[in-house]
Design a binder for this molecule. Structure first.
Ligand code: MRU
Length: 367
């Protein structure tokens, strides 16, 4: 994706020993890159959400393992560093997937070859993520074309939640890939962007990247979607996912489930876009089995914004004496999902369909 006309990925290795990321904590107020020099710094960046979003976390962890391959002298040390990365965030499965993929390629290799092997694998993980998201765009565009054909010349309205854009991946995004592809194909598209409290990934990140790409969009308070759907102002919902079980249950940013319920009640198609690295083939029943991250209460009690001069400030928005809870994700049951947009095509959220579509090594994955 381009920022002020220059192409960027969200994470890359400019030279051995350095992982460079876009610091998402500073967006949209400032576009800053930071360099990470150790596994500990990579772990901190993921935990503190300098990088966030399933694919971006996975790719960053993949590069983190390239640093681990330089730091570790033996397999026990490498396993410990891998564990320190996996423990940073529990819900997005791409993280463990990327780390375990690195462990699998390094395990039987001589220690002196680890740095070069791990760097190559990290680059493969990042390249595959970008390629998968580009394909999600191709399949999603087809879906949107079908909807657009039923209302010729009239704008197609998509609602999205959180940020499943290119910032949440290496490039293109998952939920936004079909949006960008539609816009680039010259069709009229408009996006309703849920602000996505408490961290405001929609208001801060999705809105910023849609604006960078010139896609018409409107930021709405989180509770607005149901009203818009009742009044025919949403043609389809597309969200991302942090983990999808083999029966098609979807863990995504808190609030996604409520949008899916509203979509069902109003006959609005509810699609989830994901690369296959976001499937967790080991589990069914996401409500029971997907660990839901609970984060610090300060993310709910405080908000960041700028004053009229553009200077960022934190303000408290909850009385100091009140307790707060911060569940970061929820699970949308497969029965509420119209389809899963993947790099291999659009599939029903159904165990038989998904297992037939992903029969190979992808499913026997390293998790
Ligand atoms: O907590 P975050 O910002 O890492 O949350 C992840 C997300 O951005 C969303 O849940 C997103 O829709 C799926 S990740 C592509």
């Amino acid at each position: 994706m381009k920022v002020n006309g220059q192409h960027f990925r969200t994470v890359w290795m400019p030279e051995p020993g350095i992982v460079r990321i876009i610091d998402q904590r500073r967006l949209p107020w400032a576009f800053e890159l930071i360099d990470l020099h150790s596994v500990a710094e990579v772990a901190d960046a993921i935990r503190d959400m300098a990088v966030r979003g399933a694919g971006c976390i996975g790719a960053t962890a993949g590069y983190g393992m390239a640093l681990a391959a330089c730091e570790a002298q033996n397999m026990a040390q490498l396993d410990a560093l891998a564990q320190s990365l996996i423990e940073t965030r529990p819900t997005a499965v791409n993280l463990a997937w990327a780390v375990n993929r690195q462990l699998a390629v390094l395990r039987d290799q001589p220690v002196e070859l680890w740095p070069s092997i791990a760097k190559r694998e990290a680059e493969a993980i990042a390249d595959e993520d970008a390629a998968a998201c580009a394909q999600i765009g191709v399949h999603g565009l087809q879906l949107i074309r079908e909807i657009a054909a039923k209302k010729p010349g009239v704008v197609v309205n998509v609602l999205t939640h959180c940020n499943a854009g290119w910032l949440a991946f290496v490039d293109h995004g998952s939920a936004t890939a079909p949006v960008y592809a539609t816009h680039d194909a010259g069709l009229k598209i408009h996006v309703w962007v849920d602000e996505t409290r408490p961290r405001n990934q929609g208001a801060r990140l999705t809105a910023w990247e849609l604006a960078q790409h010139g896609v018409p969009h409107t930021v709405i308070a989180d509770n607005t979607g149901g009203h818009l759907m009742q009044h025919g102002q949403v043609d389809l919902v597309i969200t991302g996912a942090d983990r999808v079980t083999r029966n098609g249950d979807v863990a995504n940013k808190i609030g996604t489930y409520l949008k899916a319920l509203a979509a069902k009640d109003n006959g609005v198609p509810f699609y989830v876009a994901l690369p296959s690295s976001t499937f967790d083939w080991r589990i069914a029943d996401g409500v029971k089995n997907i660990p839901i991250e609970q984060r610090g209460g300060e993310e709910v009690a405080w908000m960041e914004g700028t004053d009229a001069n553009g200077t960022p400030h934190n303000v408290r928005v909850v009385p100091a004496a009140s307790a707060v809870a911060n569940y970061a994700f929820d699970v949308t049951p497969a029965r509420l999902v119209t389809g899963l947009i993947t790099e291999r095509g659009v599939f029903a959220a159904d165990e038989k369909v998904l297992c037939a579509a992903f029969t190979d090594a992808a499913r026997a994955s390293v998790l």
